[in-house]
Ligand binder design. Structure first.
Ligand code: ZN
Length: 269
């Protein structure tokens, strides 16, 4: 995960008459109809694709050639079948709220489902938000987060240093953290599923192999200490250049950049 800035204006469709009508009808029902797809409009998709650079908000896998899901950070439906998380709250009233919409891959989207555990107190819809018009619920997350203290990390509400300081990648391709909220997010979105570990491993092994080749040359006396140090610095620079191009799995690149010495030390000469 990485910090995401959502600075574009609210897409027009989110507050048009059709959405307002459905929003009001959902308020009467106190739920979001399961088959309703009115949040899947082109302008929302296009905005989110640009903001997220076609990557999943949670696993950072590329979505260029795979289905893109509009993910409701606060779930629009509850799901009482879930046993590994708290999924008993429907935030039907936030289904058309711009800052509640993220871009995700199908796997993260379905793993997360309606899970939304909090450390604080549930926002009081009946007492406080029932009378809010749709326009006033477009940028409401910060206010809700203060009261609810969600465990699920929202990349739009964090600064990059939060991820830099708390994400750990192992050379086996796993993502870990000591931070409770990141641990929850990793678990709920299943960020250590096999296909992600394999993709991360490819990137890690690619870097390690390049370092290993330099180390072998050095240990065989084919290059001197100065050349070796220059080559390693160049590999680090290449990694930083790739990171500047915002690759998929950029958090892994970021980790390798910040902890480059780990990658050079773990490979024996
Ligand atoms: Zn994902």
């Amino acid at each position: 995960m990485k910090a995401i800035k959502k600075e574009t204006p609210v897409p027009i469709s989110l507050t048009d008459n059709k959405r307002k009508e459905t929003f009001n009808s959902n308020k009467e029902l106190r739920l979001f109809p399961v088959n309703n797809t009115e949040y899947k409009t082109n302008d929302i998709y296009e905005n989110l694709k640009t903001i997220y650079d076609n990557k999943c908000a949670f696993c950072q896998d590329t979505l260029l050639n795979s289905p893109k899901h509009i993910e409701h950070y606060r779930p629009k439906n509850k799901d009482e079948r879930r046993v590994n998380c708290c999924a008993n709250t429907s935030y039907f009233w936030l289904a058309f709220s711009w800052d509640n919409l993220l871009l995700a891959c199908g796997s993260c989207n379905s793993s997360k489902g309606s899970c939304f555990d909090i450390e604080g107190t549930r926002a009081d819809y009946e007492d406080k938000y029932r009378n809010y018009p749709l326009d006033e619920l477009q940028n409401i997350i910060k206010e809700l987060d203060i009261v609810e203290k969600p465990l699920l990390v929202n990349p739009e509400q964090e600064e990059q240093f939060f991820f830099d300081n708390n994400l750990i990648f192992t050379i086996a391709g796993k993502i870990l953290s000591k931070n409770m909220r990141l641990r929850y997010t990793i678990r709920i979105c299943n960020l250590n599923r096999n296909e992600l570990i394999e993709l991360r491993l490819k990137l890690i092994n690619n870097l390690r192999n390049k370092i290993r080749r330099r180390k072998t040359d050095y240990s065989l006396g084919l290059i001197d200490t100065k050349t070796y140090a220059r080559d390693i610095a160049l590999l680090h620079k290449d990694l930083q250049d790739e990171l500047n191009n915002n690759p998929y799995f950029s958090a892994l690149y970021r980790y390798a950049d910040l902890h480059f010495d780990i990658f050079t030390k773990i490979i024996k000469k």
